[in-house]
Design a protein around this ligand. Structure first.
Ligand SMILES: [Zn+2]
Length: 309
């Protein structure tokens, strides 16, 4: 190519990392649709499966979110000029390793366990694990009990074995359903809370440029700025009190392990630390100009900094 021709063109180097576009533009809509079906459930009766509407939207959202986590691993390792690992649980191991290399106090093993459980559920959906479910019903077809068994050859691997309680068919820490038909909004909510935590700790320890994430979502004529605002929006409407208690307990465990590794400017920007300054219940900051506690009624008119305990 002659110099004359060359001068007519401009060259630029583009790094192709999908990142979180699925989550920013698609997952939030899927979450809203899954919630529409979930909120109508009768939580006083037992179920061995969720409705196909809730299940379809929740499982698609989980798979897309986990693809986003893998994309972030690739982006981080490219920026860090490091080689990604190979193997069955490489993404969880790589993300935990890079965070503990930058901050030796980071509880890498605990974080790896969390991510591993999310990847186990991704595999259940993406690799179509097959369970045999025996259902015992009364004369009116109300379920009395059920037995569920993963069929050999349909998804059992090392990380499944270490992450799943074989009796409950749920993962050990996050209690995510691994019986495929049961996966629904509650599982999606917990996966998104882990995603929110992942964004927070990686932005804080590695830098915002390593994990750029913004949400583009409107709730009641208000444009949301943080994923935690969306999670709080649903948290406030969850009709299943057992799930509310489960989330409070899980968030407390996650706060104990990871709160000090989240950005400190506004603790309310992250779901697990969005707690009431008086009674520590979740969901205190609804949005930037609206902070109140559903449980004790504590209210803050303007956002002020409250030191960590
Ligand atoms: Zn309170």
């Amino acid at each position: 190519m002659s110099n004359d021709t060359e001068s007519q063109f401009q060259r630029q180097k583009v790094i192709t990392v999908i990142g979180s576009t699925y989550i920013e533009f698609i997952v939030m809509d899927l979450m809203a649709k899954a919630f529409d079906a979930y909120k109508k459930l009768d939580f006083s009766s037992r179920h061995f499966q969720t409705s196909i509407w809730e299940h379809g939207h929740a499982t698609a959202a989980i798979v897309l979110s986990v693809i986003g986590i893998e994309a972030y691993r690739n982006r981080i390792y490219y920026i860090e000029k490091d080689n990604v690992s190979r193997g069955n649980n490489a993404v969880s191991i790589d993300l935990s390793n890079v965070l503990s290399r930058k901050n030796q106090a980071f509880p890498a093993d605990r974080f790896k366990e969390l991510l591993t459980e999310v990847f186990v559920v991704r595999d259940v959906i993406a690799h179509n694990h097959i369970y045999e479910v025996e259902v015992l019903s009364d004369q009116n077809w109300r379920m009395i009990g059920h037995k569920q068994r993963l069929l050999k050859g349909y998804g059992f691997d090392a990380k499944y074995k270490t992450s799943v309680n074989s009796r409950t068919k749920k993962t050990n820490l996050l209690k995510l359903n691994v019986q495929p038909a049961k996966i629904g909004f509650e599982d999606l909510f917990k996966v998104m809370a882990v995603f929110d935590l992942l964004v927070g700790v990686t932005q804080n320890i590695l830098g915002v440029g390593h994990v750029p994430f913004r949400v583009h979502y409107e709730i009641d004529n208000y444009w949301v700025r943080h994923l935690s605002e969306i999670l709080t929006h649903y948290f406030d409407q969850i009709p299943n009190q057992r799930f509310i208690k489960e989330l409070e307990k899980l968030s407390k465990q996650l706060r104990r392990d990871f709160a000090v590794f989240l950005p400190t400017k506004y603790k309310w920007d992250w779901f697990i630390t969005n707690t009431c300054p008086i009674c520590s219940s979740l969901g205190f900051s609804k949005r930037t100009d609206l902070d109140f506690c559903n449980k004790c009624g504590c209210k803050v008119e303007t956002v002020v900094e409250i030191p960590r305990p």
